[in-house]
Design a protein around this ligand. Structure first.
Ligand code: SF4
Length: 463
Protein backbone atom coordinates (compact mmCIF):
# COMPACT_ATOMS: atom_id res chain seq x y z
CA UNK A 1 0.00 0.00 0.00
CA UNK A 2 1.30 3.47 -0.85
CA UNK A 3 2.21 5.63 2.13
CA UNK A 4 1.17 9.27 2.43
CA UNK A 5 3.65 12.11 2.82
CA UNK A 6 2.81 12.46 6.52
CA UNK A 7 3.29 8.74 7.14
CA UNK A 8 6.66 8.89 5.40
CA UNK A 9 7.72 11.99 7.34
CA UNK A 10 7.30 10.09 10.62
CA UNK A 11 9.98 7.65 9.38
CA UNK A 12 12.51 10.40 8.52
CA UNK A 13 15.04 11.92 11.00
CA UNK A 14 13.06 15.22 11.17
CA UNK A 15 16.23 17.32 11.53
CA UNK A 16 15.52 19.44 8.43
CA UNK A 17 19.22 19.41 7.58
CA UNK A 18 18.49 20.12 3.89
CA UNK A 19 21.12 17.69 2.58
CA UNK A 20 18.52 16.03 0.35
CA UNK A 21 17.90 19.33 -1.40
CA UNK A 22 14.57 19.96 0.36
CA UNK A 23 14.11 22.61 3.04
CA UNK A 24 12.35 20.23 5.41
CA UNK A 25 11.94 16.52 5.97
CA UNK A 26 8.23 16.99 5.33
CA UNK A 27 8.90 18.49 1.90
CA UNK A 28 11.18 15.53 1.11
CA UNK A 29 8.49 13.12 2.36
CA UNK A 30 5.97 14.72 0.03
CA UNK A 31 8.35 14.24 -2.89
CA UNK A 32 8.85 10.61 -1.91
CA UNK A 33 5.09 10.04 -1.74
CA UNK A 34 4.75 11.54 -5.22
CA UNK A 35 7.61 9.27 -6.39
CA UNK A 36 9.64 12.34 -7.39
CA UNK A 37 12.56 11.49 -5.12
CA UNK A 38 14.39 8.40 -3.85
CA UNK A 39 15.02 7.61 -0.21
CA UNK A 40 18.73 7.23 -0.99
CA UNK A 41 18.89 11.04 -1.33
CA UNK A 42 18.59 11.29 2.46
CA UNK A 43 21.93 10.13 3.94
CA UNK A 44 20.39 9.76 7.41
CA UNK A 45 17.46 7.46 6.59
CA UNK A 46 17.28 4.64 9.13
CA UNK A 47 17.26 0.95 8.27
CA UNK A 48 13.67 0.85 9.48
CA UNK A 49 12.67 3.59 7.04
CA UNK A 50 14.45 1.77 4.22
CA UNK A 51 12.70 -1.49 5.03
CA UNK A 52 9.23 0.04 5.34
CA UNK A 53 9.49 2.30 2.32
CA UNK A 54 11.03 -0.48 0.27
CA UNK A 55 8.12 -2.76 1.14
CA UNK A 56 5.61 0.01 0.37
CA UNK A 57 7.16 0.47 -3.07
CA UNK A 58 6.79 -3.23 -3.90
CA UNK A 59 3.94 -4.25 -6.18
CA UNK A 60 1.00 -5.82 -4.29
CA UNK A 61 1.78 -9.11 -5.99
CA UNK A 62 5.38 -10.13 -5.51
CA UNK A 63 7.56 -10.69 -8.56
CA UNK A 64 9.07 -14.15 -8.35
CA UNK A 65 11.73 -15.38 -10.78
CA UNK A 66 12.19 -19.02 -11.77
CA UNK A 67 15.40 -20.02 -13.54
CA UNK A 68 18.77 -18.34 -13.82
CA UNK A 69 20.68 -16.58 -16.53
CA UNK A 70 19.42 -15.53 -19.92
CA UNK A 71 16.06 -17.33 -19.92
CA UNK A 72 14.21 -16.71 -16.71
CA UNK A 73 10.51 -16.77 -16.03
CA UNK A 74 9.29 -13.71 -14.17
CA UNK A 75 5.91 -14.15 -12.54
CA UNK A 76 3.63 -11.83 -10.59
CA UNK A 77 4.41 -8.14 -10.20
CA UNK A 78 0.88 -7.23 -11.21
CA UNK A 79 -0.78 -4.03 -10.04
CA UNK A 80 -4.18 -4.03 -11.77
CA UNK A 81 -7.18 -6.32 -12.07
CA UNK A 82 -7.87 -5.51 -15.69
CA UNK A 83 -5.44 -4.93 -18.52
CA UNK A 84 -7.15 -1.73 -19.68
CA UNK A 85 -6.63 -0.09 -16.24
CA UNK A 86 -2.91 0.18 -16.97
CA UNK A 87 -1.13 -2.93 -18.18
CA UNK A 88 -0.26 -6.43 -17.06
CA UNK A 89 3.40 -6.81 -16.22
CA UNK A 90 4.64 -10.40 -16.47
CA UNK A 91 3.00 -12.69 -18.97
CA UNK A 92 1.75 -16.11 -17.92
CA UNK A 93 4.46 -18.72 -18.22
CA UNK A 94 3.64 -21.76 -20.33
CA UNK A 95 5.10 -25.08 -19.29
CA UNK A 96 5.16 -28.68 -20.47
CA UNK A 97 4.80 -31.53 -17.99
CA UNK A 98 6.72 -34.76 -18.52
CA UNK A 99 7.09 -37.62 -16.07
CA UNK A 100 9.54 -40.41 -15.38
CA UNK A 101 7.22 -43.17 -16.63
CA UNK A 102 7.67 -42.01 -20.22
CA UNK A 103 10.23 -43.68 -22.49
CA UNK A 104 13.55 -41.85 -22.69
CA UNK A 105 13.19 -41.35 -26.45
CA UNK A 106 9.74 -39.84 -26.04
CA UNK A 107 10.92 -37.45 -23.32
CA UNK A 108 13.80 -36.37 -25.52
CA UNK A 109 11.52 -35.89 -28.53
CA UNK A 110 9.15 -33.66 -26.54
CA UNK A 111 11.86 -31.57 -24.92
CA UNK A 112 13.81 -31.01 -28.13
CA UNK A 113 10.63 -30.10 -30.04
CA UNK A 114 9.71 -27.61 -27.34
CA UNK A 115 13.21 -26.19 -27.16
CA UNK A 116 13.31 -25.57 -30.90
CA UNK A 117 9.77 -24.19 -31.08
CA UNK A 118 9.30 -20.50 -31.73
CA UNK A 119 6.47 -18.46 -33.17
CA UNK A 120 7.23 -15.18 -34.90
CA UNK A 121 4.26 -12.87 -34.52
CA UNK A 122 3.97 -9.10 -34.82
CA UNK A 123 7.73 -8.75 -34.72
CA UNK A 124 8.13 -10.74 -31.51
CA UNK A 125 9.50 -14.23 -30.96
CA UNK A 126 7.11 -16.24 -28.78
CA UNK A 127 8.23 -19.37 -26.95
CA UNK A 128 7.12 -21.72 -24.17
CA UNK A 129 8.95 -21.13 -20.91
CA UNK A 130 9.34 -24.14 -18.68
CA UNK A 131 9.52 -27.92 -18.42
CA UNK A 132 8.17 -29.67 -15.36
CA UNK A 133 9.40 -33.16 -14.48
CA UNK A 134 7.07 -35.28 -12.34
CA UNK A 135 8.02 -38.15 -10.05
CA UNK A 136 5.52 -40.87 -10.92
CA UNK A 137 7.54 -44.05 -11.34
CA UNK A 138 7.99 -44.58 -7.61
CA UNK A 139 11.70 -45.22 -8.28
CA UNK A 140 13.88 -42.30 -7.20
CA UNK A 141 16.86 -43.49 -9.29
CA UNK A 142 14.71 -43.45 -12.43
CA UNK A 143 13.35 -40.01 -11.59
CA UNK A 144 16.74 -38.45 -11.05
CA UNK A 145 18.10 -39.97 -14.27
CA UNK A 146 15.19 -38.37 -16.16
CA UNK A 147 15.62 -35.06 -14.33
CA UNK A 148 19.31 -34.98 -15.19
CA UNK A 149 18.59 -35.70 -18.87
CA UNK A 150 15.88 -33.04 -19.06
CA UNK A 151 18.09 -30.48 -17.31
CA UNK A 152 20.80 -31.15 -19.90
CA UNK A 153 18.40 -30.80 -22.84
CA UNK A 154 16.42 -27.83 -21.55
CA UNK A 155 18.40 -24.69 -20.72
CA UNK A 156 15.39 -22.69 -19.57
CA UNK A 157 13.41 -22.79 -16.28
CA UNK A 158 12.62 -26.14 -14.71
CA UNK A 159 9.99 -27.35 -12.25
CA UNK A 160 9.94 -30.54 -10.23
CA UNK A 161 6.51 -32.03 -9.62
CA UNK A 162 5.71 -34.26 -6.67
CA UNK A 163 4.32 -33.92 -3.17
CA UNK A 164 7.13 -36.16 -1.89
CA UNK A 165 9.30 -33.85 0.22
CA UNK A 166 12.37 -36.13 0.09
CA UNK A 167 12.38 -36.10 -3.69
CA UNK A 168 11.87 -32.34 -3.80
CA UNK A 169 14.71 -31.73 -1.35
CA UNK A 170 17.10 -33.92 -3.32
CA UNK A 171 16.01 -32.32 -6.62
CA UNK A 172 16.58 -28.84 -5.18
CA UNK A 173 20.11 -29.87 -4.25
CA UNK A 174 20.81 -31.37 -7.68
CA UNK A 175 19.44 -28.29 -9.45
CA UNK A 176 21.37 -25.77 -7.35
CA UNK A 177 22.22 -22.84 -9.59
CA UNK A 178 19.17 -23.42 -11.85
CA UNK A 179 16.65 -21.85 -9.47
CA UNK A 180 13.94 -24.48 -10.09
CA UNK A 181 10.33 -24.38 -8.99
CA UNK A 182 9.57 -27.07 -6.42
CA UNK A 183 5.95 -28.07 -6.89
CA UNK A 184 4.69 -28.45 -4.34
CA UNK A 185 4.88 -28.18 -0.57
CA UNK A 186 1.83 -29.33 1.36
CA UNK A 187 0.79 -28.44 4.88
CA UNK A 188 2.80 -31.42 6.15
CA UNK A 189 6.01 -30.55 4.30
CA UNK A 190 6.00 -26.77 4.06
CA UNK A 191 8.35 -26.10 6.98
CA UNK A 192 11.04 -28.49 5.76
CA UNK A 193 10.73 -27.49 2.10
CA UNK A 194 10.78 -23.74 2.67
CA UNK A 195 14.12 -24.11 4.48
CA UNK A 196 15.54 -26.26 1.68
CA UNK A 197 14.25 -23.90 -1.02
CA UNK A 198 15.79 -20.95 0.75
CA UNK A 199 19.12 -22.73 1.21
CA UNK A 200 19.35 -23.95 -2.39
CA UNK A 201 17.97 -20.84 -4.13
CA UNK A 202 14.83 -22.59 -5.35
CA UNK A 203 11.28 -21.30 -5.63
CA UNK A 204 8.55 -23.12 -3.75
CA UNK A 205 4.92 -23.68 -4.69
CA UNK A 206 2.51 -24.04 -1.79
CA UNK A 207 -0.35 -26.45 -2.53
CA UNK A 208 -3.52 -26.33 -0.49
CA UNK A 209 -7.07 -27.61 -0.80
CA UNK A 210 -8.74 -24.46 0.49
CA UNK A 211 -8.04 -20.84 1.36
CA UNK A 212 -7.68 -21.40 5.10
CA UNK A 213 -4.97 -23.98 4.60
CA UNK A 214 -3.22 -21.84 1.98
CA UNK A 215 -3.17 -18.74 4.16
CA UNK A 216 -1.76 -20.64 7.12
CA UNK A 217 0.98 -22.09 4.90
CA UNK A 218 1.91 -18.72 3.41
CA UNK A 219 2.13 -17.16 6.83
CA UNK A 220 4.31 -19.97 8.11
CA UNK A 221 6.73 -19.62 5.22
CA UNK A 222 6.85 -15.84 5.08
CA UNK A 223 7.11 -15.27 8.80
CA UNK A 224 3.53 -14.09 9.16
CA UNK A 225 1.08 -15.73 11.54
CA UNK A 226 2.35 -18.98 12.93
CA UNK A 227 -1.05 -20.43 13.62
CA UNK A 228 -3.95 -19.71 15.89
CA UNK A 229 -6.69 -17.20 15.27
CA UNK A 230 -9.16 -17.39 12.45
CA UNK A 231 -8.09 -17.39 8.84
CA UNK A 232 -9.59 -13.91 8.57
CA UNK A 233 -7.29 -12.67 11.33
CA UNK A 234 -4.32 -14.35 9.72
CA UNK A 235 -5.10 -12.81 6.36
CA UNK A 236 -4.43 -9.44 7.88
CA UNK A 237 -1.10 -10.44 9.29
CA UNK A 238 1.76 -8.51 7.75
CA UNK A 239 4.85 -9.91 9.29
CA UNK A 240 8.44 -9.65 8.17
CA UNK A 241 9.13 -12.03 5.31
CA UNK A 242 11.40 -14.97 6.00
CA UNK A 243 11.05 -16.61 2.60
CA UNK A 244 8.86 -15.12 -0.09
CA UNK A 245 9.86 -16.76 -3.35
CA UNK A 246 6.64 -18.69 -3.52
CA UNK A 247 3.78 -19.57 -5.84
CA UNK A 248 0.25 -20.29 -4.69
CA UNK A 249 -1.31 -23.52 -5.91
CA UNK A 250 -4.89 -23.74 -4.73
CA UNK A 251 -6.08 -27.15 -5.88
CA UNK A 252 -9.68 -27.41 -7.04
CA UNK A 253 -11.96 -29.89 -8.79
CA UNK A 254 -13.49 -27.76 -11.49
CA UNK A 255 -12.62 -25.03 -13.93
CA UNK A 256 -15.28 -22.87 -12.30
CA UNK A 257 -13.63 -23.23 -8.89
CA UNK A 258 -10.18 -22.42 -10.30
CA UNK A 259 -11.57 -19.33 -12.00
CA UNK A 260 -13.28 -18.18 -8.81
CA UNK A 261 -10.20 -18.87 -6.66
CA UNK A 262 -7.94 -16.90 -8.99
CA UNK A 263 -10.32 -13.96 -8.94
CA UNK A 264 -10.45 -14.04 -5.12
CA UNK A 265 -6.65 -14.20 -4.87
CA UNK A 266 -6.10 -11.33 -7.30
CA UNK A 267 -8.84 -9.14 -5.80
CA UNK A 268 -7.71 -9.93 -2.28
CA UNK A 269 -4.14 -8.90 -3.07
CA UNK A 270 -4.98 -5.78 -5.05
CA UNK A 271 -8.20 -4.47 -3.61
CA UNK A 272 -8.13 -5.65 0.00
CA UNK A 273 -4.35 -5.31 0.39
CA UNK A 274 -4.00 -8.88 1.66
CA UNK A 275 -0.26 -9.43 1.44
CA UNK A 276 -0.76 -13.09 2.21
CA UNK A 277 -2.37 -13.50 -1.22
CA UNK A 278 0.13 -11.31 -3.06
CA UNK A 279 2.03 -14.07 -4.85
CA UNK A 280 1.98 -15.59 -8.34
CA UNK A 281 -0.49 -18.40 -9.02
CA UNK A 282 0.53 -21.84 -10.30
CA UNK A 283 -1.80 -24.17 -12.17
CA UNK A 284 -1.19 -27.68 -13.47
CA UNK A 285 -3.85 -28.53 -16.04
CA UNK A 286 -4.61 -32.17 -16.80
CA UNK A 287 -8.21 -32.92 -17.75
CA UNK A 288 -7.37 -36.02 -19.78
CA UNK A 289 -8.51 -34.34 -22.99
CA UNK A 290 -6.00 -32.23 -24.96
CA UNK A 291 -8.65 -29.83 -26.27
CA UNK A 292 -10.08 -29.25 -22.78
CA UNK A 293 -6.53 -28.75 -21.51
CA UNK A 294 -5.91 -26.04 -24.08
CA UNK A 295 -9.23 -24.34 -23.25
CA UNK A 296 -8.50 -24.42 -19.51
CA UNK A 297 -5.00 -23.10 -20.12
CA UNK A 298 -6.47 -20.26 -22.18
CA UNK A 299 -8.78 -19.32 -19.34
CA UNK A 300 -5.89 -19.58 -16.88
CA UNK A 301 -3.90 -17.15 -19.03
CA UNK A 302 -6.81 -14.75 -19.27
CA UNK A 303 -7.58 -14.89 -15.55
CA UNK A 304 -4.57 -14.34 -13.40
CA UNK A 305 -2.56 -17.57 -13.54
CA UNK A 306 1.15 -16.77 -13.54
CA UNK A 307 2.34 -20.18 -14.69
CA UNK A 308 0.25 -22.86 -16.38
CA UNK A 309 1.69 -26.31 -17.05
CA UNK A 310 0.13 -28.79 -19.50
CA UNK A 311 0.77 -32.49 -20.19
CA UNK A 312 1.21 -31.81 -23.92
CA UNK A 313 2.10 -28.72 -25.90
CA UNK A 314 1.49 -29.55 -29.54
CA UNK A 315 2.17 -26.85 -32.14
CA UNK A 316 -1.55 -26.14 -32.65
CA UNK A 317 -2.01 -25.54 -28.90
CA UNK A 318 1.11 -23.44 -28.75
CA UNK A 319 0.03 -21.14 -31.58
CA UNK A 320 -3.31 -20.39 -29.95
CA UNK A 321 -2.00 -20.08 -26.38
CA UNK A 322 1.04 -17.98 -27.27
CA UNK A 323 -1.09 -15.72 -29.45
CA UNK A 324 -3.70 -15.30 -26.73
CA UNK A 325 -0.97 -14.56 -24.22
CA UNK A 326 0.66 -12.00 -26.47
CA UNK A 327 -2.65 -10.24 -27.00
CA UNK A 328 -3.39 -10.01 -23.29
CA UNK A 329 0.06 -9.07 -22.09
CA UNK A 330 1.01 -6.33 -24.51
CA UNK A 331 0.80 -2.88 -22.97
CA UNK A 332 -2.49 -1.32 -24.18
CA UNK A 333 -0.91 2.12 -23.80
CA UNK A 334 2.03 1.21 -26.02
CA UNK A 335 0.92 -0.57 -29.18
CA UNK A 336 3.61 -2.74 -30.68
CA UNK A 337 5.11 -0.72 -33.49
CA UNK A 338 7.44 -1.14 -36.41
CA UNK A 339 9.86 1.55 -37.47
CA UNK A 340 8.34 4.13 -39.84
CA UNK A 341 10.13 3.70 -43.18
CA UNK A 342 9.83 2.14 -46.64
CA UNK A 343 9.96 -1.66 -46.51
CA UNK A 344 10.85 -3.71 -49.61
CA UNK A 345 8.52 -6.70 -49.97
CA UNK A 346 10.08 -9.37 -52.18
CA UNK A 347 12.58 -7.84 -54.59
CA UNK A 348 11.02 -4.59 -55.72
CA UNK A 349 12.55 -2.40 -58.43
CA UNK A 350 11.79 0.99 -59.91
CA UNK A 351 8.64 -0.34 -61.61
CA UNK A 352 7.13 -1.88 -58.48
CA UNK A 353 4.00 -0.34 -56.98
CA UNK A 354 3.82 1.28 -53.56
CA UNK A 355 1.44 0.18 -50.81
CA UNK A 356 0.73 2.19 -47.66
CA UNK A 357 -0.23 1.04 -44.20
CA UNK A 358 0.26 2.14 -40.59
CA UNK A 359 3.10 1.23 -38.24
CA UNK A 360 0.90 -0.84 -35.89
CA UNK A 361 3.00 -3.99 -35.83
CA UNK A 362 0.15 -6.44 -36.34
CA UNK A 363 -1.18 -4.45 -39.30
CA UNK A 364 2.27 -4.21 -40.84
CA UNK A 365 2.99 -7.93 -40.58
CA UNK A 366 -0.42 -8.93 -41.92
CA UNK A 367 -0.27 -6.52 -44.87
CA UNK A 368 3.34 -7.35 -45.76
CA UNK A 369 2.54 -11.07 -45.54
CA UNK A 370 -0.48 -10.74 -47.81
CA UNK A 371 1.50 -8.75 -50.41
CA UNK A 372 4.11 -11.49 -50.35
CA UNK A 373 1.42 -14.15 -50.70
CA UNK A 374 0.05 -12.30 -53.72
CA UNK A 375 3.33 -13.09 -55.48
CA UNK A 376 4.43 -9.58 -56.39
CA UNK A 377 7.26 -7.40 -55.23
CA UNK A 378 6.30 -3.99 -53.89
CA UNK A 379 7.36 -1.12 -51.67
CA UNK A 380 5.47 -0.80 -48.42
CA UNK A 381 5.42 2.75 -47.06
CA UNK A 382 4.81 2.86 -43.32
CA UNK A 383 4.49 6.37 -41.87
CA UNK A 384 4.62 7.19 -38.15
CA UNK A 385 1.13 6.54 -36.74
CA UNK A 386 2.06 5.93 -33.09
CA UNK A 387 1.35 2.23 -33.55
CA UNK A 388 -2.34 2.71 -34.30
CA UNK A 389 -4.34 0.57 -36.71
CA UNK A 390 -5.61 2.06 -39.98
CA UNK A 391 -9.03 3.36 -38.94
CA UNK A 392 -7.89 4.47 -35.48
CA UNK A 393 -4.90 6.31 -36.93
CA UNK A 394 -7.11 8.00 -39.51
CA UNK A 395 -9.67 9.01 -36.84
CA UNK A 396 -6.83 10.42 -34.71
CA UNK A 397 -5.61 12.54 -37.64
CA UNK A 398 -2.37 10.58 -38.04
CA UNK A 399 -3.10 8.81 -41.33
CA UNK A 400 -4.39 11.53 -43.66
CA UNK A 401 -3.47 12.21 -47.29
CA UNK A 402 -1.26 15.21 -46.51
CA UNK A 403 0.72 13.29 -43.86
CA UNK A 404 1.22 10.24 -46.05
CA UNK A 405 2.22 12.43 -49.00
CA UNK A 406 4.75 14.33 -46.91
CA UNK A 407 6.19 11.07 -45.58
CA UNK A 408 6.54 9.59 -49.09
CA UNK A 409 8.50 12.68 -50.15
CA UNK A 410 10.62 12.58 -47.00
CA UNK A 411 11.67 8.97 -47.66
CA UNK A 412 13.08 9.90 -51.08
CA UNK A 413 11.42 6.92 -52.73
CA UNK A 414 10.27 9.15 -55.60
CA UNK A 415 13.88 9.43 -56.70
CA UNK A 416 14.35 5.65 -56.68
CA UNK A 417 11.30 4.49 -58.63
CA UNK A 418 9.53 5.38 -61.84
CA UNK A 419 6.22 3.72 -60.93
CA UNK A 420 3.77 6.30 -59.66
CA UNK A 421 1.05 3.99 -58.32
CA UNK A 422 0.27 4.08 -54.62
CA UNK A 423 -2.29 1.78 -52.99
CA UNK A 424 -4.10 2.96 -49.86
CA UNK A 425 -6.20 0.80 -47.51
CA UNK A 426 -9.86 0.58 -48.56
CA UNK A 427 -11.02 1.73 -45.12
CA UNK A 428 -9.57 5.20 -45.79
CA UNK A 429 -10.72 5.70 -49.38
CA UNK A 430 -11.78 9.22 -48.36
CA UNK A 431 -8.13 10.36 -48.19
CA UNK A 432 -7.44 9.59 -51.86
CA UNK A 433 -8.16 13.16 -53.07
CA UNK A 434 -5.97 14.71 -50.41
CA UNK A 435 -3.18 12.26 -51.19
CA UNK A 436 -3.38 13.03 -54.92
CA UNK A 437 -2.96 16.71 -54.08
CA UNK A 438 0.03 15.92 -51.86
CA UNK A 439 1.63 13.69 -54.51
CA UNK A 440 1.15 15.32 -57.91
CA UNK A 441 1.71 12.89 -60.79
CA UNK A 442 0.83 9.82 -58.71
CA UNK A 443 -2.15 7.56 -59.29
CA UNK A 444 -3.82 6.81 -55.97
CA UNK A 445 -5.50 3.39 -56.02
CA UNK A 446 -7.97 2.41 -53.31
CA UNK A 447 -7.08 -1.09 -52.17
CA UNK A 448 -9.24 -3.63 -50.34
CA UNK A 449 -10.58 -3.01 -46.85
CA UNK A 450 -9.35 -6.34 -45.54
CA UNK A 451 -5.73 -7.47 -45.89
CA UNK A 452 -7.03 -10.95 -46.73
CA UNK A 453 -8.34 -9.54 -50.03
CA UNK A 454 -4.96 -8.15 -51.15
CA UNK A 455 -4.15 -11.27 -53.17
CA UNK A 456 -7.27 -11.04 -55.39
CA UNK A 457 -6.85 -7.25 -55.58
CA UNK A 458 -3.30 -7.65 -56.88
CA UNK A 459 -4.44 -10.21 -59.47
CA UNK A 460 -7.13 -7.83 -60.75
CA UNK A 461 -5.13 -4.59 -60.72
CA UNK A 462 -1.46 -5.47 -61.31
CA UNK A 463 -1.62 -8.50 -63.62
S1 SF4 B 1 18.45 14.88 4.22
FE1 SF4 B 1 17.07 13.59 5.40
S2 SF4 B 1 17.17 14.51 7.43
FE2 SF4 B 1 17.98 16.03 6.06
S3 SF4 B 1 16.20 17.28 5.48
FE3 SF4 B 1 16.39 15.70 3.97
S4 SF4 B 1 15.05 14.11 4.68
FE4 SF4 B 1 15.42 15.43 6.41
Amino acid sequence: MALTGLQIQKLLPKTNCKECGCNTCLAFAMKLAAKKAALSECPYASDEAKAILGAAAEPPIRTVTVGEGEHVLKAGGETVLFRHEKTFVNQTGLGLAVDDTLEDAEIERRIVALREYRLERAGQTLRPDLVSVAFRSGTPARFFAVLERVAALWPRPLAVRTDDAKILCAAAEKLRGRRPLLASATAATVDELSKVAQATGAVLALAAGDFNELVVMVNRVTGGATGGGTAQEQWHTNGEAAFRDIFLELRADSLCEHYQNNAIIRRGALKAGLKVLGYPILRYVDTGDPLDDAIEAGIAIAKYTSLVVLPALEPADLVSLLTLRQNIFTDPQKPIQVEPKVYPIGEPDEKSPVFVTTNFSLTYFIVSGEIENAGISAWLVVPECEGLSVLTAWAAGKFGGAKIGAFVKETGIEQRITCRKIVIPGYVSQISGELEEALPGWEVIVGPQEAGDIESFVKNVFR
